[in-house]
Design a protein around this ligand. Structure first.
Ligand SMILES: [Cu+2]
Length: 590
């Protein structure tokens, strides 16, 4: 079942290295022996499907339950965020000025030190720009035209010409990303703990603050106060590929360290992370991309934590779990762009060097735009699509240099209103809003009438596809809930007690009501989620433990299965060894 062509191997490597530096930065994490698991609890029980992330496990030695990260605020029996409990102190992640040499993957390209130049004075607190400033409108590269792209190229050239000691130089701007992913920046009051801005609820706000200052530095150097960052809108067919201007070797926007086979006019595969190169026509890839966007933005992202990522507070283990979009297309487009022949898929395919490619900033501009889209433009959802109001999120803060080379402390609270930051997005279509995946006829959705439900005894080793009937919460309980309550909740499949071989790339897919899952085409509605972990070379015989959550409400609606007492779930191994502890369905509300 596994496809192991050389290109898919390259993909796996790329995936591995994208996450490596963040993984390496987790000094307190370890893996457990396969046979015996002395830890009574796992730290990262968060979603892998939507996340695809390697979970961490806290070392059992010196394990302190009170330091366990909160996992989620969902309606099952998970531990809730500590600061929701009366009497517990708030725990925002506050970036300290202390920055140490972070951990880089083997064979990293220089520079090896990513910390910014020290500030002569204490950081100043962020203040909003003058409301009278021109509103910058960020538009797609394929829309803005040559003149605007020439401006962006000139801004990058000007940044590159600044001395490397200048925090506004391209060198230092690229290092910002490195410093925040390698554990270089320390948490205030916790010099033993780094700040990691990936795979948690810090992902969107950190990158927004980063781009805010990058854009203002560019505008200042250009002497053009209205300059707006162009965005790489890979989610619309016209933008699905590296824009030509970035492939011009004579341009400051060119980066020689990219995947050569993905040079224009290659159509990008937003699902690249999962399957390597697919044997599809360009038109099929485009259609599939739109369905991936729909799943990640609409049906799979119905709650704040499903979209923004899992809570991450001071003292927590890093990377509790990303939201749908960070997993894909964010990670997938990073890995798709990086050079797969490099040990770490530089530049874009690995955090420490991603900011060295001038394409990084338009890429993240599009990610940032999707945050606005999720909040403001997705009217089809019945549930709340709003940011967290958790003070630990709002009060988390980062240190970044502004266009005057002043060190600024900016909080998550500061970046929630793009208008106050004086920018907006324009001229971007959302063709995927209607790309709801289709159901597949004839896939034998349920056991034939009268047949007993299959019995799978958990835990089960997933050596072959396993089909299980999972009971939904009792009907009586469902009926008692008001319509309004139902409108706010999401039905979620929780796959618990997952133990995945740490020495291999592990992937399995989750199908709903499709016993003949192999008939479901790429992007089919019945394919509700994918679990994927990355290899840990040298960790053969160890396991990573986690759980996974998959949003079900709309999928069941499309399949006409809302009234059913149970859901037929088929777990299909694709690669690697994995054991499943159990399955359950819960209602989640946030
Ligand atoms: Cu990124």
């Amino acid at each position: 079942m596994a496809t192991t062509s050389s290109s898919s191997n390259g993909t796996l490597l790329t995936l591995r290295v994208l996450l490596f530096c963040a993984l390496a930065a987790a000094a307190t994490t370890t893996l457990l022996p396969l046979a015996a698991s002395p830890c009574s609890h796992s730290l990262s029980r968060t979603i892998l499907s939507a996340t695809g992330l390697d979970p961490f496990l806290l070392s059992c030695a010196g394990d302190d339950a009170s330091a366990s990260p909160s996992l989620s605020s969902h309606g099952d029996d998970d531990v809730d965020g500590a600061n929701h409990e009366t009497g517990k102190a708030s725990r925002p992640i506050v970036t300290d000025q202390l920055c140490i040499k972070g951990e880089l993957p083997p064979d990293a390209l220089p520079p090896f030190q990513c910390c910014p130049p020290a500030s002569a004075s204490e950081p100043i607190n962020f203040t909003f720009p003058d409301p009278g400033e021109p509103l910058r409108t960020r538009r797609p590269v394929h829309v803005v035209g040559d003149e605007h792209m020439a401006k962006y190229a000139r801004a990058v050239a000007l940044m590159k010409s600044l001395p490397v000691s200048d925090p506004r130089s391209f060198y230092q701007q690229a290092n910002v990303h490195c410093a925040y992913c390698t554990g270089a920046h320390r948490q205030a009051g916790r010099p033993d703990m780094g700040v990691q801005i990936h795979f948690s609820w810090l992902f969107f706000p950190f990158h927004r603050a980063y781009l805010y200052f990058f854009e203002r530095i560019a505008a200042k150097l250009l002497g053009d106060p209205g300059f707006a960052l162009p965005i790489w809108s890979w989610d619309v067919p016209e933008g699905m590929g590296i824009p030509e201007v970035f492939a011009d070797v004579a341009s400051p926007l060119y980066d020689p360290i990219r995947e050569p086979s993905h040079a224009p006019p290659k159509v990008a595969d937003l699902d690249f992370f999962l399957q390597g190169e697919k044997n599809l026509t360009d038109q099929e890839v485009i259609l599939h991309n739109l369905r991936v966007m729909y799943r990640q933005m609409v049906s799979g992202a119905t709650l704040p934590s499903l979209f923004l990522g899992q809570p991450y507070r001071a003292g927590d283990a890093e990377m509790p779990g990303p939201g749908t979009v960070e997993w894909a297309p964010h990670n997938t487009m990073h890995t798709w762009t990086g050079d797969s022949s490099r040990p770490n898929a530089e530049n874009m395919g690995v955090y420490y060097s991603a900011g060295r490619d001038p394409l990084f900033y338009p890429h993240h501009g599009n990610i940032d735009r999707l945050w606005e889209t999720w909040r403001n433009d997705i009217a089809v959802g019945r549930r709340r699509r709003a940011d967290f109001d958790d003070p630990d999120w709002l009060d988390s803060s980062f240190l970044l240099y502004d266009e005057e080379a002043r060190l600024v402390r900016i909080t998550v609270r500061d970046v929630l209103d793009a208008d106050k930051l004086r920018y907006t997005y324009g001229d971007v279509a959302v063709p995927w809003l209607t790309a709801r995946p289709h159901i597949t006829p004839g896939v034998n959705p349920k056991p034939k009438g009268g047949l007993p439900l299959e019995s799978v005894r958990f835990p089960v080793s997933l050596d072959a596809a396993a089909t299980v009937e999972v009971r939904r919460p009792p009907r009586a309980q469902q009926l008692r809930r008001s319509l309004e309550e139902k409108a706010q909740e999401e039905e979620v499949l929780v796959i618990e007690g997952i133990e995945a071989d740490a020495g291999d790339f592990v992937r399995f897919d989750v199908y709903v009501n499709a016993r003949e899952y192999y008939k479901v085409p790429v992007g089919g509605r019945e394919m509700a989620g994918t679990f994927a972990t990355l290899k840990h070379p040298g960790k053969e015989g160890m396991v990573v433990r986690t759980s996974m959550r998959v949003a079900l409400s709309e999928v069941l609606e499309d399949l006409g299965a809302q009234g059913d007492e149970s859901v037929t779930v088929t777990l299909v191994p694709v690669r690697g060894k994995v054991r499943i502890g159990g399955l359950k369905i819960v209602y989640m509300e946030e």
